[in-house]
Design a protein around this ligand. Structure first.
Ligand SMILES: C[S@@+](CC[C@H](N)C(=O)[O-])C[C@H]1O[C@@H](n2cnc3c(N)ncnc32)[C@H](O)[C@@H]1O
Length: 368
């Protein structure tokens, strides 16, 4: 969008995206490093043996010192949840991952840790379970199949090791959900994987319909051994499986089950939509911090031209949006989050926001 479409002096009454009066739910990318080479991941060069794409991966990470500086004991009292996920990396590839989880949970924060589960030792996983248990934190283990099929998408991961790691974690009494992206090559194993998940002590089994095929019916890639392969969409959707497999005792839908915001509140306004956009970051009060320290509205707009234009409209240097240069709380309540985003939505700009939080073009899930 152009500078002209953001008007700080506009008479449009815009609401801040993030609200210090409500608990924050952060989404953090600890690193852009990953052990896996998932063909459809933004960091992977799919036709080049699923190697990391050097134009995208800088091998950077947030450290325990960064977290201690910004997520102080005081600030943690304002934080409900921190999701360790991200766009490119796997949190377990970050050097200080465990110490960061320990720091957050020791300060009362609930952590949601998303990983392919193939890194680290069983001792490490046991310690992780002990830390996660403190605040009812949840591990989202992404395993798209069984021993023969998981590595077809989670390239370079080791199924036996993932299972050992999961067992060590669950034995510590912590909570985990098994996430499973549906493909043609793994849809026949859904019931078996779900049964294994139950046996091992996972809380829920979550099926995902990926939107990453777009309008195409296959996605070609080359395995590290040079074998050419294609991913294909499944013949049954997550909802189809949900309808047949879900038991009456389970929660009926995956859509975040959170209490409805009080009528008339900022959260209620965000949930009902502004200019056709129901911004998830605003509704959940959830800022995104990338592995390079840059604070964004969410993982979809991070490092996008859409957000860069809004930052430029503030007149500040780009580095002012990084926690390595300015305190986190100051960034959160300044522009572009204070009013520029809403003004841009009102003026019909921000195509990513319109696609993701307007038209709802996101992966669908069924929790079984
Ligand atoms: C870069 S990963 C970060 C976390 C971690 N590396 C993992 O794999 O779970 C970001 C998220 O994208 C998900 N993902 C990967 N490939 C996907 C696909 N084809 N469709 C939908 N989600 C996908 C991962 O499972 C993960 O939840």
């Amino acid at each position: 969008m152009s500078m002209e479409s953001v008007q700080p002096e506009s008479t449009v009454l815009a609401e801040a995206m993030f609200d210090p009066a409500r608990p924050y739910d952060f989404h953090l990318e600890l690193t852009d490093k990953c052990n896996a080479g998932c063909p459809m991941c933004g960091r992977t060069d799919a036709m080049n043996g699923c190697r990391p794409d050097p134009r995208k991966v800088r091998k950077i990470e947030l450290t325990l010192a960064d977290l201690r500086r910004h997520f102080t004991a005081d600030f943690c009292r304002q934080v409900g949840e921190v999701q360790l996920g991200g766009s490119l990396g796997d949190a377990l590839a970050a050097r200080d991952c465990l110490e960061i989880v320990e720091h957050l949970t020791a300060n009362g924060v609930r952590v949601v840790l998303s990983t392919n589960g193939s890194l680290r030792t069983q001792d490490w996983w046991r310690r992780l379970g002990q830390a996660m248990r403190r605040t009812g934190s949840v591990l989202e283990l992404h395993v798209d199949g069984l021993a023969d099929t998981n590595p077809l998408y989670r390239v370079n991961t080791d199924f036996a090791k993932i299972m050992e790691n999961a067992r060590a974690y669950l034995a510590a009494g912590a909570t985990a959900d098994w996430y499973y992206i549906l493909f043609r090559h793994n849809e026949h194993q859904v019931e078996e994987a779900r049964h294994l998940a139950r046996q091992m002590g996972f809380r829920d089994f979550v099926l995902i319909d990926t939107i990453r095929f777009g309008r195409t019916a296959r996605f070609d890639y080359v395995l590290p051994n040079g074998e050419r392969r294609s991913l294909e969409p499944p013949t049954r959707s997550a909802a189809d499986f949900g309808a047949t497999l879900r038991t009456a005792s389970k929660r009926p839908e995956e859509i975040e089950v959170r209490p409805a915001p009080p009528p008339g509140s900022k959260a209620a306004r965000a949930a009902s939509g502004i200019a056709g956009i129901r911004c998830k970051a605003q509704a959940l009060n959830r800022p995104y911090i990338a592995a390079d320290g840059y604070v964004s509205a969410c993982c979809w707009v991070e490092h996008s031209a859409d957000e860069r234009d809004l930052r430029a409209a503030t007149g500040r240097p780009e580095t002012d949006f990084s926690i390595h240069h300015r305190p986190l709380v100051e960034i959160l309540h300044d522009e572009p989050f204070a009013s520029f985003y809403e003004q841009a939505w009102q003026s019909g700009a921000q195509p990513i926001c319109r696609r993701k939080c307007g038209q709802g073009l996101r992966n669908r899930r069924a929790r079984l």
